[in-house]
Design a protein around this ligand. Structure first.
Ligand SMILES: [Zn+2]
Length: 146
């Protein structure tokens, strides 16, 4: 705990120059931010996990196939992915999408279990549960992942 916030704050008293003081405050603040955003991340990750499992259950029944495992991830560039081992990864940020968009992401990855590509057959499969997939796909492409 040598570099903990408490250590930094306690030592500020002993620091002479304003510059150094500013630096220490900045360090302490940054540390607090990162702790709180990690907490936030874990909170939303769990909320996202619950909703993904619920939707996956519904659409697995609809299609008749289920993923082996579902992983929640913190990805910068994609909403989800599916491995050949039938493992599906979903971006925790799915929590912040609209219900329709959430459904689409789940359906898209689930359909990759059957069709491991983006062929016409794949899109026909997606369309069965998500007739508006084209519009939603465009919406998601416009949406930046932060
Ligand atoms: Zn895909």
């Amino acid at each position: 705990m040598k570099y903990g916030i408490r250590y930094l704050l306690e030592n500020i008293v002993r620091i002479g120059s304003t510059q150094t003081r500013k630096y220490f405050f900045k360090r302490a603040k940054k540390r607090m931010c990162s702790v709180s955003s990690q907490k936030e991340y874990l909170k939303y990750k769990e909320k996202a996990r619950t909703l993904v499992h619920d939707r996956m259950r519904i659409y697995s029944q609809f299609y008749g196939f289920t993923p082996e495992k579902i992983f929640m991830r913190n990805q910068k560039t994609r909403w989800g992915s599916c491995s050949k081992k039938r493992n599906i990864s979903i971006n925790y940020r799915i929590f912040f999408l609209s219900e329709q968009q959430q459904d689409y992401v789940v359906i898209h990855e689930l359909c990759h279990i059957q069709e491991f590509n983006h062929s016409k057959k794949f899109w026909a499969l997606v369309e069965k549960a998500c007739p508006e997939y084209k519009r939603i796909r465009t919406e998601l492409r416009r949406q930046k992942i932060h």
